[in-house]
Design a protein around this ligand. Structure first.
Ligand code: TA6
Length: 291
């Protein structure tokens, strides 16, 4: 498998290796950035633009085992978000982040970015994940309902991005001031738009139900603003577990909560997507850093 990957897909700036836990991963090293992607789950685990500090957060306690989720980076949530409404034994956030994806293409682009295409299938859907590692990180999850499907099917999806921050208590997130949200820390109550940028003083778990807006992660401590642009996504989820929930997660260090925040590019709840046989949908997140 690894030798085949190297023979078929390694290109200048893109290597394949066995990483943590023996999981196969792609490693990007170019003048534009450093990047890593674990083939299980097509899981982006690192993106460091040249001259910047790491943009994505990864727990020091993360598992790296076959069939188990990685804590951090960009988990792909599909075909449901959160717990499965009908089956409590089903994996949280669906199976896409747990299964092997196949590399289908690699390309060195004119602008110095490295593009990778990966694919898997979760019946009755076919999934493609296209990622471009460069000065900007571009990720697109494309979902197609097999033309052999006998009826329309719906799904939820999310690019569940974990960002590295200087201190959750001092950052803010702009872009969602005018959007109502489901507050998952308060019995999933629907809350009106806050009118102000998001600041954090406790466990925060919000589904902004109808927004196509860019989010700006303002981080004075790291002297940067991270822009999260998106297309094909009507939901944005914002999450920090804070103290108690961090202690309840074995793959999340008790003292790690100040260093991360999730801004997730999603289609969840009322924003779920329905496809007819043969139809497809693309959910795209574009991350960029403005010093
Ligand atoms: O996106 C926020 C959330 O739904 C939280 O409720 C929390 O469960 C988080 O995802 C992480 O989920 P996971 O299954 O990866 O532990």
């Amino acid at each position: 498998m690894l030798s085949e990957l190297k023979r078929l897909f390694a290109i200048p700036g893109l290597a394949f290796e066995q990483g943590d836990g023996g999981l196969l991963r792609a490693v990007v090293n170019t003048p534009a950035c450093h990047g890593e992607l674990v083939l299980q789950g097509a899981h982006v685990t690192s993106w460091v633009p040249a001259g910047q500090q790491p943009v994505l957060w990864l727990s020091q306690k993360s598992n790296f085992d076959k069939g188990r989720p990685i804590r951090g980076g960009v988990p792909i949530c599909f075909p449901w978000f959160g717990p499965n409404a009908k089956d409590s034994s089903a994996p949280a956030h669906g199976s896409a982040r747990l299964v092997e994806w196949q590399v289908v293409s690699t390309l060195s682009k004119e602008d110095g970015a490295i593009a990778m295409g990966l694919a898997t299938s979760i019946d009755p859907f076919v999934l493609n994940f296209d990622v471009e590692f460069g000065r900007v990180l571009r990720m697109t999850l494309r979902t197609e309902l097999s033309k052999d499907a006998t009826s329309p099917q719906s799904f939820e999806d999310a690019l569940h991005t974990y960002f590295a921050v200087s201190d959750i208590r001092t950052i803010s997130i702009a872009g969602l001031e005018t959007v109502a949200y489901i507050d998952k820390v308060d019995q999933a109550a629907l809350r009106p738009a806050s009118g102000i940028p998001i600041q954090f003083a406790g466990e925060t778990d919000r589904v902004y139900v109808d927004t196509r807006a860019d989010c700006l992660l303002m981080d004075d401590g790291m002297k940067r603003v991270i822009r999260v642009s998106k297309s094909g996504s009507v939901s944005t989820v914002v999450w920090n577990p804070w103290i108690d929930k961090s202690k309840r997660m074995a793959d999340f260090g008790d003292d790690e909560w100040p260093a991360m925040v999730c801004i997730e590019t999603a289609n969840v709840a009322a924003g779920r997507i329905e496809l007819s046989p043969g139809e497809s949908h693309a959910t795209t997140a574009i991350l960029s850093v403005e010093a």
